[in-house]
Design a protein around this ligand. Structure first.
Ligand code: PLP
Length: 453
């Protein structure tokens, strides 16, 4: 590094290509539990675990030690030629945590990789099953599955897609089960969006012989702000997929690995998908790792056919990342952190409900340590603020200035307008820290309303 590092880093003073080119970034030098510290000693309460990643909290030396030991023994082997101890052990642990039959895992680096792998292997499965016409994908709107082009094709987020529209493949969408924004307000059992009838309609319209897979987040991620579907939703999805021979891909990149109080967010529904995807929290952020857990029934077809899944990457099955995943999983178990997530999640939701007293907090929802707070201009009509006010972004900046880190999202009301923030602290959060989240949230909200007036 040629220049000395400044506590506030920004473009163009640094050689880093930042994610935002019009603001400065505090330089974080260490973390502990739910707190981040910058180089001036200022601290921030990490209420969204980075990007819903740091489930175990910051600064867990056991994970760092496991990674260091593995790197010292063997850091990399090519997955085409060899296997390694951590990948074998982690895959076996995951098989023990996933529904029966879901026991073949391909490890990659990012959530988007896992999404792409599951979509491509779905197509490969149908080709090798003698049904090459089954190629269409169905996804939820709004929904998000990643930034690479196939994952973005499956993501109904108009503002991310607009510039690349002509490069994206055609993915059919159905309305997401998003009760707060649904005309039925989540109250009608026969609502096609909230009850999954829309999935059956689109499969029949497209022709079941042409549909390969349906991909969905079992609890809505940031694009619907932790919207939790009714208990029957995914049971209906499973039976519709079975009836029409459509594979079901559960994208738990954000909501899996314990975040909603169970290892898999689908667990309370009692149904098994054909692919279960993990990312973000699977190592607690100590190494980049994602996992596509596939059903043996699907992999068997490839084993009898071509003999190889058509999705490989240099860093798949990476020993050091898998060692981080294994250590993270064991840490979660030893410290009963998923149980803690469920318990502290109830407290978090009770505390966040108090924000509903504010005239511009329209809804607070979620499960476990996973919550979305949606802002509206008018509570009775659920009218969003106009996008030009950039409320979610203004709020996030005000929160950071107050020492609270949250994750913003926009556009969920109508594709353009809509403001929400996600709250998802590390599972080690304490009662006092939850009270501090709410206190700082209120301060940031008052500042935001003053700023946009
Ligand atoms: N799927 C879901 C549900 C996500 O929330 C995300 C990222 O936020 C992804 C996939 C993509 O993950 P990554 O950014 O690691 O590629």
């Amino acid at each position: 590094m040629t220049k000395s590092i400044k506590s506030e880093c920004r473009y163009p003073d640094s050689s880093v290509l930042y994610r935002r080119l019009k603001r400065s970034f505090p330089l974080i030098v260490r973390g502990e539990g739910c707190w981040l510290y910058d180089d001036t000693g200022r601290r921030y309460l990490d209420a969204c675990s980075g990007a819903l990643v740091c489930n175990l909290g910051h600064g867990v030396s056991e994970i760092a030690k496991a990674m260091g030991e593995q790197a010292g023994r063997i850091a990399y082997v090519n997955g085409t030629a060899f296997t390694n101890e951590p990948v074998e052990a982690l895959a076996a642990e995951l098989a023990g945590l996933c529904p029966k039959g879901l026991n073949k895992t391909l490890f990659m680096c990012n959530g988007g990789d896992a999404v792409e792998a599951a979509l491509k292997i779905s197509i490969q499965y149908w080709v090798e099953s003698g049904k090459p016409l089954k190629r269409k994908i169905i996804a939820l709107n709004p929904g998000y599955h990643g930034n690479t082009l196939l994952a973005m094709s499956a993501s109904a987020r108009p503002h991310y897609r607009a510039m690349f529209k002509d490069w994206l493949v055609d993915v059919r969408t159905i309305p997401a089960p998003y009760a707060y924004r649904c005309a039925c307000r989540g109250e009608k059992k026969d609502c096609p969006a909230c009850g999954a009838g829309a999935l059956e309609e689109v499969i029949r319209r497209e022709g079941p012989d042409t549909v390969a897979a349906f991909i969905a987040e079992p609890v809505g991620g940031s694009s619907t702000g932790a919207s939790v579907p009714g208990n029957d939703y995914f049971r209906n999805v499973r039976s519709i997929c079975d009836r029409y021979g459509v594979l079901f891909i559960a994208d738990e990149v954000m909501v899996g690995a314990g975040r909603t109080g169970t290892w898999s967010a689908l667990e309370p529904c009692g149904v098994a998908p054909d692919f279960l995807l993990f990312g973000k929290g699977i190592t607690g952020g100590y190494a980049p790792l994602s996992a596509m857990v596939a059903s043996e029934r699907i992999v068997d077809v490839l084993a009898r056919g071509s003999g190889a899944p058509l999705h490989n990457q240099t860093f798949s099955q990476h020993p050091v990342s898998c060692a981080a995943g294994l250590a993270a999983l064991r840490y979660l178990k030893t410290h009963a952190l998923i149980e803690r997530c469920a318990r502290m999640g109830r407290l978090l939701h009770e505390s966040l409900q108090k924000l509903l007293e504010h005239p511009h907090v329209g809804d607070v929802r979620g499960r476990g340590l996973f919550a979305g707070v949606e802002f509206v201009k008018d509570k009775s009509t659920r009218t969003p603020f106009p996008r030009r006010l950039r409320l979610a972004e203004t709020f996030t900046e005000a929160a950071q200035a107050a020492g609270l880190v949250v994750w913003p999202n926009t556009g969920q009301a109508n594709g353009t307008d809509g403001d929400l923030v996600m709250i998802g602290p590390p599972f080690v959060i304490t009662e006092d820290e939850i009270s501090e989240i709410v206190r700082l949230f209120r301060i940031a909200l008052e500042t935001t309303i003053e700023t946009i007036k």
